[in-house]
Design a protein around this ligand. Sequence first.
Ligand code: GRF
Length: 194
Amino acid sequence: MQKLIGAKKINIAVFISGNGSNFKILVLDSFKKKSKYEIKLVISNKATAKGLVYARKFKIKKKIINYMNKKNAEKNILVELKKNNIDLICLAGFMKVLSKTLIQKFKGKIINIHPSLLPKYKGLNTHQRAINNREKYSGCTVHYVNSRLDSGKIILQKKVRILKTDTSSKLAKRILKQEHILYPKALKKVLISL
Ligand code: GRF
């Protein structure tokens, strides 16, 4: 992939599977006057992902990718990324693991948001696991994606205090609020380094 230079806006694809609240936040941030990026495309592996409503609302091109066969799915993803001149991928609640091949093709150009203070609590169910282990803090992390799950270089993190009264869903809500601040911040940091 070419080095990204000049005043041209960076073209971003956001990958979602669910509510898409982080997708929405990134779109709103991209609409700001000084934004250096444009959300060109949203990809979902589920036609029913709630977050797709924001594609219609904000007129972002959407593509549903059928994941019955992962190889084909990724082939189709690559076609879409090329067609839309995508420079950077932001994973935001995308529930599929990308293959090494795809990650290699976009080396250093895929980032993800994860609801824990990585390297703690990789994978799913992060909030309940943090509560069960009586952690004082949890939080969220934006990191580069490499071929090991939730293990790429950390870009930014935000700590969130775990309260005695917390349930998994209460904690998830407070962390999600922080995710919405952290993701645009981390993305700006990434864009500077491109
Ligand atoms: C977020 O908690 C994110 O950290 C995790 O999945 C959730 C997605 O939420 N990877 P949303 O779809 O952006 O609302």
